[in-house]
Design a protein around this ligand. Sequence first.
Ligand code: GCV
Length: 667
Amino acid sequence: MMNWGKAWLNYKKIDGMEETKLLDEIYYYWEDPIIVNAAAELETALTKMQEISVTSRRIEKGEEAKLPSGVILQVEESSSLDKEGYRITREENKIFIEGKEPTGVLYGAFHLIRLIGCGESIERLAIEEAPSNPNRMLNHWDNIDGSIERGYAGKSIFFDKENILLNDRTRDYARLCASVGINGVVINNVNVRGAATRLITKEYLPQLKKMADIFHGYGIKLFLSLNFAAPMEIGGLTLADPLDSQVITWWKGAFKEIYEYIPDFGGFLVKADSEGRPGPFTYHRTHAEGANMLAEIIKPYGGIIVWRCFVYNCKQDWRDRLTDRAKAGYDNFMPLDGKFNDNVILQIKNGPMDFQVREPVSPLLGGLRHTNQILEVQVTQEYTGQQRHVCYLIPMWEEVLKFKTYCGEKADTVADIVSGRTFYQTNCGMAGVANIGNDENWTGHDLAAANWYGFGRISWDTTLTAEEIAKEWILMTFSDDERVIENITGILMNSWPAYEKYTSPLGIGWMVNPGHHYGPNVDGYEYDRWGTYHRADCKGIGVERGQAGTGYTLQYHEPNASMYEKIETCPEELLLFFHYISYTHKLKSGKTLIQHIYDTHFEGVEDVEEMIKKWKALEGSIDSDAFERVTLRLKEQLSNSKDWRDIVNSYFYRKSGIADGKNRTIY
Ligand code: GCV
């Protein structure tokens, strides 16, 4: 029986390890909580994977030369390694894990565990790794009452009824994060309301310090989301103007207190002037003025301000041809490029809208040249099946990372930009909106844990492929049985395309129920009365974002701008995002648009049926509880995918009046 609370760290016996006597002792000579945790993790893993007793102990530096065998953890401050990097080498019966700093050793320990867990040979070892991205963060949208905004896996593991939770899960969470290289965690929702505003005060700091200490032992910095209006809401001031001296003094006092409790506190994530959140616009100040005020105060403590670019006017009236929410991020932030302090990072959602199943890459990535940037992706499946549907998201992020921005530099992909390589930045990286909660298996849907695992792995190494990551995760979580690997890989790799097929076609997005964002509702529109997201009428569908329309395509560099501008060169999977297209338009496949919509909706459902077949074939080969849980979710997915198919197809049949060329029943 698996212990689902341990997820992919639920170590199990690995065949063929019996003879490997060299792995029965762990030695370290650097007394540090991170090293002690690395040794403890190896001890647990190697005990279970070899079914022998493994011990760990401290030795004096130099003593390792006399040892016959074992795993030796070394910190070499003068090493040429990256500060979080590591080297794993083997000399006869000894394995050395070396880091420049303790975190490197911890990551190296998890690498060795992963190698063994995945059945790789450890006969010869000459591994050297450094992370692609300096910041690899999870953002939790957890509210202080214990609920989670867009959470689909139970309640918060950090908060309950306005209290901070500290328990075994806090540590297991940190272990799981560290095992995939996550080094920063924002524990509260970016929409900071009510009591959450007081998280930065003495009322919560003693408990937060305890949490930060646990995280510290796993190389993770604690961050908080901040309420820009805190000086008013809890400070008794009448304004929160970033240039007002009383406001500045108030923030100085608040930050001083935080750092007295938590000296290695990471900093703040800020959502300002968006979806009702307060911000500098109220005082006619720019976002740079708002962010820099906080950045200056936090700088002496080594903290950073992560400022989100998800800023748009949610009440905007779409009836005018030029108005386009997709343009808002760029319009708001491009004029400020170069105006942010060096400890401010702009956090940019992967697409210009809002985590739809398919969006183009945000033009801010490649647009901004003089500003630190973090790429934000959504691990929690708000618009991708809410963890009731399997939707493995790493292939989507892989595409985003590989996207060529043509920003005029040699290293011009999104991966290059957010790693800091393109513009020589050190404050940059990736953030994922977390998909976990207090469900026993952490993620509600067992297969959604692959997205948490995968976010960490791909943000550590942006050259990994989605398929490689899937296989690792399956091996670590389930089994090394070939059929298990093949079938689950097949399910995962086909899940995003399948979801896309039976939901919204060719980049148009949404078509979900407003509010909770689940289930088909083609005309579903979030705000007031102004239209739909898709602009379908009896002749066609799509938003004209070329120069004849909103002009959004102009936000890209050439040749991307022209590629999107022309219907002939626009990638088909994004055709309706960029253009209004008639239902009778012929696609590259030779099919008309309307036929494509019908066909993909039928195919998506068939893909789910295929997934179910693959899953059923695993009965008896994997843990029975997990088998049952996923079986139930797949059943729900099948039934929901049929709803999507029928509602979307019948909508377009009625709208266009064009019958299905294959004469299927369209409800
Ligand atoms: C946390 C979308 C979501 C909101 C979320 C927002 C954001 O609009 O629906 O729940 O708020 O994005 O990213 O700030």
